[in-house]
Design a protein around this ligand. Structure first.
Ligand code: FPP
Length: 248
């Protein structure tokens, strides 16, 4: 969800006005994703590195998060959306933690799309935490070194219960992944769009999904192998939209 700041300053507004407009887009994109049958939509709403932004901006973002959660809860309930988070949410102000806990609890019975908010999230920390937990299990004798493989590693990540990541959309013209879902991106398709997040509407989301559908996902195989047999798992539906630190 990148480009809020530039969208605002180019229009002579404060950066936080761009975040406010960005929050409005969240509603629209959640709706179009749920309608499209996306199983899990992960929004990079606040990175670990974003704590280094000016205090005023951090406070405004935390306030916007609460406003969004309170305002959108009923609509999310109507759509059957289940809310979850990844990231070190214990770093968030207590009021955000409280509202998140309440909304997550209230929506927990829903069986529709999972809306995953990445908050105080950094993929490198997620990976080092997984390493630490696995190392502790080896040290305590619960598992042996030979037990460690890609599946076990994935199971120690915060995203372990979500389907494989299919598509990453990054808005605002930046062509980098900025510490977002680094392990999970191994075979994801990536769509970079020049559109700033506040201008990213449902039509652009649909275009990105159509672009994704036009790609041949080979997972290391040859095109010929695919046309003769197909590759299992190539058309599931998890989408991640990145919003990140412009300093990254
Ligand atoms: C990146 O744009 C955006 C963010 C760091 C925050 C994203 C937050 C929202 C869209 C609203 C609140 C979130 C929810 C879930 C309601 P930027 O500030 O880095 O833009 P720039 O690169 O143009 O400066």
């Amino acid at each position: 969800m990148d480009g809020n700041g530039r969208w605002a300053t180019e229009r002579g507004h404060l950066r936080v006005y761009g975040h406010r407009k960005g929050a409005e887009r969240v509603r629209e994109i959640v709706e179009v994703a749920a309608e499209a049958g996306v199983k899990a939509l992960t929004l990079f709403a606040f990175s670990e590195e974003n704590w280094a932004r000016p205090n005023f901006e951090v406070k405004a973002l935390m306030k916007l998060l609460n406003t969004y959660l309170i305002k959108e809860k009923d609509r999310l309930m109507e759509m059957g959306v289940c809310l979850e988070t990844i990231g070190d949410t214990k770093q968030l102000p207590k009021s955000n933690q409280k509202i998140l806990r309440e909304v997550i609890r209230d929506l927990s019975g829903n069986t529709g799309m999972k809306l995953v908010l990445a908050l105080s999230y950094g993929a490198q920390s997620e990976i080092t935490d997984a390493c630490r937990n696995i190392a502790a299990s080896v040290k305590d004798g619960y598992i042996s070194l030979e037990d460690i493989d890609n599946n076990m590693f994935s199971a120690h990540l915060q995203t372990s219960k979500y389907p494989p990541l299919d598509l990453l959309i990054r808005t605002s013209g930046e062509c980098r992944v900025s510490n977002f879902l680094l392990w999970q991106l191994a075979y994801a398709e990536i769509v970079f769009t020049p559109v700033y997040w506040p201008d990213f509407r449902s039509d652009q989301f649909t275009e990105a999904v159509i672009e994704y559908q036009s790609r041949q996902r080979r997972f290391g195989k040859t095109g010929e192998q695919l046309t003769s047999g197909g590759v299992e798992g190539s058309y599931s539906s998890e989408v991640a939209v990145e919003s990140t630190n412009s300093l990254a």
